[in-house]
Design a protein around this ligand. Structure first.
Ligand SMILES: *Cc1c(COP(=O)(O)O)cnc(C)c1O
Length: 379
C-alpha cells in the first residue's frame, strides 16, 4: 500500500483538505469557564480547589489510593524514582524506545539508565529481555540487587507504556519482585489504558502521567504521580510542595523539596478536560477501528492492544516493511500536509546516553526503523 492511499484515507476520515496535525488538543466550553472561575478566585497558583479536584478525579478514574498533581510528567518521574529508592550512582533498568524524559528523570537523580530491549507486540519493556539481563548480570546480596558488570546497585525498573499500549506489565512486576526492585511505570502516554481490569500506572510502586499539550488530556503543562502506598503518597505530596511542614505562619521545611505543585490555573483547564475523558476514549477507539479496517489485509501492520489489555489509542501507529519504506512514507505524507512522524531516536543513540549499558536492542532497532505515528486527533 502506498502513501497516497493513506493520505486520501486520512483526509477523508478527518474531512479536511488543510494541514492535518498528529494530535491536536480538544476543548469544549467548560475549559474557558473554569479558567475564568480560577482567575476570579485569585487562586491561580500552587494552592486552589481545582488541584484538589483533579487529584480526586484521578484517584476515582484509576481506582488508586493517592494521586499528586505536579508541574509535568518529567517532574513526576523524577519524584517517583526518588521515592522508590533511586539515588546517586545506582542504576535503573529502562527501555531505549521512549521519549527522552524517561532517561532524563533517571539522570536528574544522579542515577544511570541501563537499556533493556522492548517486545515487538507491545513496543514496551520486554520481561523476557529483563530476565535475560538479570540472569547474566544480576546478583542479589543481602536483598539488594547489583549489576555484576558495573558493580553498581540496581534500584528500580522503569518500563514505559508506548503510545498508550500496555506493556506486559504483570510479568515485568513478577520478574522485578523476584529480583527485589520496585517498578515505576512511565504511564505518561497511557491515561485510560488498562491491563485486565486494572489501570496502567497502578501496578508498580508508583505510576506517572503527563498532561502536556500533545497528550490525551492536557493541562497546558502538567503531570501526576499515583501510588497505592500511603507512605509514598504522603511523601510525594510533601516533596513536591517544597517539603513545607504545616505551621500557621512560620516557614519550616524538613528536607530538600521541590516546587513541583501543579498550578491551580492548569488544574482548572484539566478539570474540564477530565469531564470528557470517557467520551474522548470512545472517539479514539472509533478512529483506531477505522484505521484497523483500512489497513486490514494490507502489507502495513497497524499496532494493536494485546489480548487482555485496553489501549487508549493515544497515537495510532503503523509498522512498515523497511526503513526505506518508512522514510518514503514520512516524506510523502508530510509534504502533502498530513503530519506523520517516526518514533524517537533510541536513547543509546543520543550523545548523553551512548555509553550506557544495553542489551542487543534488536526489537527496539527493528521498531525504530519501521514505526510511524498517524494523525490521531479526535475531531
Ligand atoms: C510526555 C512524556 C513524558 C513527559 O511528560 P511531560 O509532561 O512532557 O514532562 C515522559 N515520558 C513519556 C513516555 C512521555 O511521552
Amino acid at each position: 500500500m502506498n502513501a497516497s492511499l493513506v493520505i486520501d484515507f486520512v483526509r477523508d476520515t478527518f474531512k479536511s483538505t488543510d494541514f492535518i496535525p498528529l494530535h491536536a488538543p480538544f476543548f469544549g466550553s467548560n475549559e474557558k469557564k473554569y479558567l475564568a472561575e480560577c482567575i476570579d478566585s485569585t487562586f491561580v497558583s500552587s494552592v486552589g480547589s481545582f488541584v484538589t479536584e483533579i487529584e480526586i478525579e484521578l484517584k476515582n478514574k484509576l481506582q488508586c489510593n493517592h494521586a499528586v498533581a505536579v508541574v509535568n510528567g518529567t517532574a513526576a518521574l523524577q519524584v517517583a524514582l526518588q521515592l522508590s529508592g533511586v539515588n546517586r550512582g545506582t542504576e535503573v533498568l529502562t527501555q531505549s524506545l521512549t521519549f527522552v524524559a524517561t532517561a532524563n528523570a533517571i539522570s536528574y537523580l544522579g542515577a544511570i539508565p541501563v537499556f533493556i530491549d522492548v517486545d515487538l507486540d507491545t513496543m514496551g519493556l520486554s520481561p523476557n529481555s529483563l530476565v535475560h539481563f538479570l540472569e547474566e548480570f544480576g546478583e542479589l546480596r543481602e536483598n539488594r540487587l547489583y549489576n555484576k558488570s558495573s558493580g553498581r546497585e540496581i534500584t528500580a525498573c522503569l518500563p514505559m507504556h508506548t503510545f498508550g499500549f500496555s506493556s506486559h506489565i504483570e510479568e515485568i512486576i513478577r520478574v522485578c519482585s523476584e529480583w527485589n526492585i520496585p517498578v515505576v511505570e512511565d504511564a505518561a502516554e497511557a491515561l485510560g489504558s488498562m491491563s485486565g481490569n486494572q489501570h496502567l500506572g497502578t501496578f508498580g510502586s508508583c505510576g506517572v502521567f503527563s498532561f502536556n499539550g500533545n497528550k490525551i488530556l492536557t493541562a497546558g503543562g502538567g503531570g501526576a504521580l499515583v501510588t497505592n502506598q500511603a507512605d509514598l503518597g504522603i511523601r510525594a505530596k510533601h516533596l513536591t510542595t517544597t517539603a513545607k511542614v504545616h505551621h500557621p505562619y512560620e516557614f519550616v521545611h524538613d528536607e530538600i523539596g521541590y516546587n513541583y505543585r501543579m498550578p491551580n490555573l492548569n488544574a482548572a483547564l484539566l478539570k474540564a478536560q477530565f469531564e470528557k475523558l470517557d467520551w474522548m476514549l470512545s472517539k479514539k477507539r472509533e478512529l483506531a477501528l477505522k484505521y484497523n479496517a483500512f489497513f486490514a489485509n494490507s502489507d502495513i501492520e497497524l499496532k494493536w492492544e494485546i489480548p487482555g489489555t485496553k489501549a487508549n489509542f493515544w497515537l495510532n501507529t503503523i509498522q512498515l516493511e523497511s526503513k526505506e519504506h518508512r522514510d518514503l512514507f514520512l516524506e510523502e505524507t508530510n509534504k502533502k500536509g498530513v503530519m506523520t512522524r517516526p518514533v524517537w531516536q533510541l536513547m543509546f543513540q543520543l550523545s548523553m546516553y551512548k555509553e550506557c549499558q544495553k542489551d542487543k536492542q534488536q526489537n527496539a532497532q527493528f521498531l525504530a526503523d519501521r514505526l510511524i505515528n498517524l494523525p490521531s486527533s479526535i475531531h
